[in-house]
Ligand binder design. Sequence first.
Ligand SMILES: Cc1cc2nc3c(=O)[nH]c(=O)nc-3n(C[C@H](O)[C@H](O)[C@H](O)COP(=O)(O)OP(=O)(O)OC[C@H]3O[C@@H](n4cnc5c(N)ncnc54)[C@H](O)[C@@H]3O)c2cc1C
Ligand code: FES
Length: 260
Amino acid sequence: MKAKVVSNKEVSPGLFRLSLAGGERLTTGRPGQFVMVRGVWGADPLLSRPFSVYRYRSSIDVDGTIQLLIKRVGRGTELFSRVVPGEELTVQGPLGNGFPKIDVSGRLFLAGGGIGVAPMMSVAESLAGEELKRTRLIFGGKAVNDVSGIDEDISDVGVETIFVTEDGGRGRAGTVVDVLKDELTPSDVVFACGPREMLRAVATLAGEKDCRAFISHEERMACGVGLCLGCAVPKASGEYALTCTDGPVFVAQSILWEEL
Ligand SMILES: Cc1cc2nc3c(=O)[nH]c(=O)nc-3n(C[C@H](O)[C@H](O)[C@H](O)COP(=O)(O)OP(=O)(O)OC[C@H]3O[C@@H](n4cnc5c(N)ncnc54)[C@H](O)[C@@H]3O)c2cc1C
Ligand code: FES
């Protein structure tokens, strides 16, 4: 489908919040699902790029609008960083399987490492009342710049947030996993997205603490719909799963991390 750029704002250096209006279908996805996006810029780059939906609901946008949070890392994200209101992009989705709706007797920890915070915010904004009160967003990065730019959205969603940086520049000094090590009890549940090493550590820790954990796995994607087989991930069961159609959200311990 075609979606129109409503706004595109650099919220911190190299980090862009892109609002896309594409109609109601675009906004009926689940937290943790993603969209494949490309511009009308010909063959360079040829393939669409996958992005988690950052917000389905937003007080600052028009109906039928989703928001993406995009970190500029290469050619595609550089082009997205420059799109302007009124421009049209091609969007497929929301695609894949998002985070499950589950009963949590303890607390729900949403662990976002760097840009991995994007799907965590869509989970947080889907919660209300007691559920939201028992949820903590852990937003971690190397330095202050990695955990900046979305304070306004965090307070709009109303999720209590623990900031953590490796250099201690904002919040607690350490990593997302250090915070989880101190906080997790067996009745808690973790949803996580971030660098592969962080997700591997979350899976190990959840095993040690006897907690349920779900991770959003980010693999390079070409088609996003199960056709190219380029996003296969090894499972502990010995089979392979496709990140785009079986994931991107998986039970953390179902992945064969040693082979990734
Ligand atoms: C399900 C899913 C959800 C995602 N959600 C977001 C999001 O919300 N916000 C966001 O900014 N990014 C997200 N990404 C990552 C995003 O798709 C890539 O950053 C983007 O495709 C890079 O495109 P590019 O053309 O700018 O970079 P390229 O020129 O293709 O690559 C630049 C650098 O980024 C690395 N890279 C590219 N894609 C990935 C990837 N999937 N995982 C790890 N490294 C990669 C390359 O190896 C290279 O070093 C998501 C990826 C997936 C699979
Ligand atoms: S990206 Fe093509 S099969 Fe998953």
